[in-house]
Design a binder for this molecule. Structure first.
Ligand code: NAD
Length: 419
């Protein structure tokens, strides 16, 4: 028998997860068919003049999966391996993420197939401004609002906002979120994914009645999300015993000195070799006997291959799709409680929503108010998902998807089909 060795399409995986949720909620077939496809997919090819005078033609995308509940919302990724299939999958994920936390957006994603580290700052700015111009026919405060994702940051968002504003003739600060505070960004936006992950982890521990005196934590990934999550969990009284990045990991059973580790990483380019801890391999970190594991690096880190060896009691899936679909049932059977990505890392999009609201009303809130509102939205979503999970005997991922899919299907249904 021939074996199919083709890697599974990310969009096909996203569609399978949708189908499972639709089945649980007894969604009518017509409704499922409408949700299975993306609404719009734009591919652009555009030239950029590099510093040496040569011209390179890049490919970029903007995909809107669904806009029934409000403007499309989703990040921009600059990555060498970015494909349309991946962008479609991530756009669909954004629809569910916004719906599960109950913010009035649809889902979108975009980006450029490029290694941003291979470009100078000048080249990155030219690439960004031209890409923004190419997708300008789709984006805008009422239509589709981009934000940072892997390979992009607040500076890239400022260039996009400026480009859209130049075309419009006045400052359109609400056209993107994740901007610097100086140009309409929100207080607390930078740390918001880590803060949401922290709030949810604490609720998860409470629900599981884990009464260890000091729960222990391992965090995979020490970038934007991983580093702030580690610090905020430590501030909340948990003991962060292991942290890893793409090159290595470090472990100290008494807890890591995170400030010293950040300094070490700046100097050495990675966490390995940190004097106050033992080195581990990045894979070993995932299998430590900790209370909480936070995969905050990349997709497909927990698979059918290693899931049975995991020993954590709670996994907060900070990175999108860190857990492969074939690992979900194994973790469930082992009794490991999983806070799934669409819920776990929604803190970023919730505070993006606050940023957009502040830009539209031109009135800005203090950080304390942002964090209080974030806590309210995230905790409400946690208990809504938990309620469905317990009532329908579903794992938390299926429950989160089911809740989100039902909300979007309701919006489609009540709006009806035009014309
Ligand atoms: P980042 O690039 O700042 O950090 C990624 C970290 O993961 C780095 O420390 C890197 O060394 C490490 N890493 C990469 N490959 C690894 C591997 N194979 N094993 C172990 N470590 C590895 O990225 P980020 O912004 O922190 O994003 C991390 C994840 O969180 C992504 O999946 C992203 O989509 C998701 N996310 C990010 C945001 C955001 O606002 N930045 C919001 C929600 C979700």
């Amino acid at each position: 028998m021939a074996i199919d060795l083709k890697p599974q399409s990310a969009f096909a995986v996203a569609q399978q997860r949708l189908e499972r949720a639709a089945q649980v909620m007894n969604l009518p077939d017509d409704s499922l068919r409408m949700l299975k496809e993306v609404k719009r997919e734009l591919t652009v090819h555009f030239p950029v003049q590099l510093d040496n005078g040569s011209v390179h033609v890049y490919t970029g995308y903007r995909v809107q999966h669904n806009i029934s509940r409000g403007p499309a919302k989703g990040g921009l990724r600059y990555a060498a391996d970015l494909t349309l299939d991946m962008v479609k999958a991530l756009a669909m994920l954004m629809t569910w993420k916004c719906a599960v936390v109950g913010i009035p957006y649809g889902g979108a994603k975009g980006g450029v197939t490029v290694d941003p580290k291979a470009l100078s700052k000048n080249e990155l700015e030219h690439l960004t401004r031209r890409y923004a111009t190419e997708i300008a026919l789709l984006i805008g405060p009422e239509r589709d609002v981009p934000a940072p994702d892997l390979g992009t940051n607040a500076q890239v968002m400022a260039w996009i906002m400026d480009t859209i504003s130049m075309h419009t003739g006045h400052s359109v600060t609400a056209s993107v979120t994740g901007k610097p505070v100086d140009v309409g960004g929100s207080q607390g936006r930078h740390e918001s994914p880590g803060r949401g992950i922290t709030y949810l982890t604490l609720e998860g521990l409470k629900y599981l009645r884990i009464d260890d005196e000091t729960p222990t934590v391992a965090v995979q990934g020490f970038g934007h999300v991983g580093a702030s999550t580690a610090r905020l969990l430590q501030d909340a009284g948990l003991r962060v015993v292991a942290v890893g990045d793409s090159k290595g990991a470090v472990y100290n059973s008494k807890g890591l000195d995170l400030a010293a580790l950040r300094e070490h990483r700046q100097y050495r380019g990675g966490v390995s070799g940190f004097k106050k801890a033992d080195d581990l391999s990045p894979r070993e970190l995932l299998e430590l006997p900790v209370t909480v594991l936070v995969p905050a690096a990349r997709e497909n880190q927990i698979t059918a291959e290693n899931a049975s060896r995991l020993q954590a009691r709670l996994i907060t899936e900070a990175a999108n799709a860190a857990i492969a679909p074939d690992a979900d049932d194994i973790l469930h059977d082992k009794g490991i409680f999983v806070l799934p990505d669409i819920l776990a890392n929604s803190g970023g999009v919730v505070v993006s929503y606050f940023e957009w609201v502040q830009d539209l009303q031109a009135f800005f809130w203090e950080e304390e108010e942002i964090n209080t509102k974030l806590h309210h939205v995230i905790t409400r979503a946690f208990y809504e998902v938990l309620h469905l999970s317990v009532n329908k005997r579903l794992n938390m991922r299926t429950a989160a998807y089911a809740l989100a899919v039902q909300r979007v299907a309701n919006a489609n249904s009540v709006r009806g089909i035009y014309p």
